[in-house]
Design a protein around this ligand. Structure first.
Ligand SMILES: [Zn+2]
Length: 160
């Protein structure tokens, strides 16, 4: 896959961030076009972080999933085991962590990805978007506070 010129206003994700190393002189360039989006970070970590981590073959049982969010123009998710954050693929919604080397966890992505990206891009230079159900969303609307009914004096109790 030729790396197509991205529009300057695109949200970065795994497929556009974890790119193969530049080819060494006299050697063919690596082709990562067949690597699934969620697995790109494992290739990237090997040459950028000198960290060889096997791609998980299993999933964490019963994990409810981690929310993807847009942080400063990049799709990312934060590992709930070690707190490392990684740029993720919203097209291949699996989260693996090359820091703590855990198994796959489901990645929760918005049903309307272009709408979320448009919302973040509309913010201009700082581009953030949170899933409305993400418990860590700092912009989630507060639940409405029910007004307390005024306390009536209890007629049975003698008032001072
Ligand atoms: Zn981790």
């Amino acid at each position: 896959m030729a790396v197509s010129a991205l529009p300057a206003d695109a949200i970065v994700q795994a497929e556009t961030y974890y790119l193969p190393p530049p080819p060494r002189r006299g050697q063919p360039a690596q082709d990562w076009s067949q690597v699934p989006g969620a697995e790109l970070v494992y290739r990237w970590a090997e040459y950028r972080l000198s960290r060889r981590v096997s791609v998980p073959t299993a999933s964490v049982p019963d994990h409810p999933g981690l929310y993807a969010r847009i942080d400063d123009g990049r799709w990312l998710a934060e590992c709930d085991a070690c707190r490392a954050a990684w740029i993720v693929s919203v097209l291949d919604p699996r989260f693996g962590c090359v820091e703590c080397k855990r198994d796959w966890v489901p990645l929760i992505v918005p049903t309307d990805i272009p709408a979320a990206e448009a919302e973040a891009l509309a913010q201009g230079l700082s581009r953030f978007w949170w899933h409305p159900d993400d418990p860590r969303n700092p912009y989630a609307p507060e639940p409405p506070i029910e007004p307390e009914p005024p306390v009536e004096p209890d007629p049975e109790v003698p008032q001072p």
